[in-house]
Design a protein around this ligand. Structure first.
Ligand code: SF4
Length: 326
């Protein structure tokens, strides 16, 4: 591990000034970052601790839900109003990590966690994301867990956050603060597909911080569900996952939100599936057809071809579990 200084800013402006300096990195819960430091994958010269900033809190209003960037995963997952009105968020967080990690990990940090591609975390392997221009070991190597949406010839790594999939489905917004002031982005706009630059993963500017995430209220949020399929029942990342939210009235689907995880180089919203669901009856046939449609644009490689069928079933089951609550 490379030596670094640990700093704390005096307020948000000073923190951002320190965070935009070359070699600086922010640290919140540190649950992902500490392992990356130990593995020499990230080598910052300074860590800027966000713990002293007033960025926590969970607020529920008639307009929606506001989660502070430093709110802990565990407190959000267990919050009564989140459990009642936004179950897909709670379920995504509970499926993400063990209680010890949920007690430390933050909402902002979870959205910005790095890929679990084993080659990215092994400094002896070529990896365009960690070391631009060195190649991608996964494309010709072991890519069983890698993406079937959004990959390029330079990178096929999946985004690891379950929470980001749920937030993408619910049209959430991230509120940012950077050297040039505040701005907002949709969660679906925050992460980038790898294209020619897998090392550039988000729309964040140097030094820019996530302040909070807001989720608009909607008739579909209560009837929502997160389903995660993985190689073992806990402490594991998604092979496939689906976040769904439905508004059903009189047996007909009035609105639908669907996003997939474990399959995309970023949280993968499925608008064609949503459009096909609206106006359809809430029946087993509808869920099965939506599942089939979910992989219409998939581009699997040899070892991850099984994810096509698996995602179809994951989407259909998630919809059935949410839609079956009438
Ligand atoms: Fe690196 Fe992406 Fe290739 Fe994995 S898939 S080795 S993260 S370039």
């Amino acid at each position: 591990m490379q030596p670094f200084t640990l700093e704390q800013g005096r307020g948000i402006t000073d923190t951002i000034a320190r965070g935009r300096a070359p070699g600086a990195d922010y640290i919140a819960g540190g649950t992902d970052l500490m392992q990356l430091l130990k593995d020499d994958v990230r080598r910052p010269s300074a860590l800027i601790d966000l713990e002293g900033l007033d960025l926590g809190g969970i607020l529920v209003t008639a307009q929606g839900l506001r989660l502070g960037a430093m709110a802990r995963m565990g407190e959000v997952a267990d919050h009564p109003a989140v459990l009642r009105d936004y179950p897909v968020i709670s379920e995504a967080l509970l499926a993400s990590a063990a209680p010890q990690i949920r007690n430390l990990g933050t909402i902002g940090g979870n959205l910005l966690q790095r890929t679990r591609c084993t080659y990215f975390r092994d400094t002896a392997s070529p990896c365009n994301k960690r070391a631009p221009g060195t190649g991608c070991a996964a494309i010709e190597g072991n890519h069983r867990t890698h993406a079937i949406f959004g990959g390029s010839r330079h990178c096929i790594a999946t985004h690891a956050s379950d929470l980001a999939v749920a937030l993408a489905a619910l049209d959430a917004t991230v509120h940012l603060h950077g050297p040039n002031g505040e701005r907002d982005l949709k969660v679906t706009e925050l992460h980038l597909v790898p294209s020619d630059h897998p090392d550039i993963e988000t729309m964040l500017h140097p030094g820019e911080l996530i302040l909070a995430v807001t989720v608009p209220a909607g008739a579909w949020t209560r009837r929502s569900h997160y389903l995660k399929v993985r190689d073992r029942a806990s402490f594991e990342f998604a092979l496939t996952s689906a976040a769904v939210a439905l508004d059903i009235q009189g047996g007909t689907i009035r609105a639908a939100r669907v996003a997939a995880g474990g399959v995309g180089t970023k949280p993968w919203r499925l608008p064609a599936v949503e459009q096909a669901l609206v106006g359809a009856p809430a029946t087993a046939d509808t869920w099965a057809r939506a599942g089939q449609l979910s992989t219409a644009e998939a581009s699997p490689l040899t070892e991850n071809r099984f994810k096509v069928r698996l995602l179809q079933n994951t989407v259909a089951c998630a919809l059935e579990q949410a839609g079956g609550q009438t």
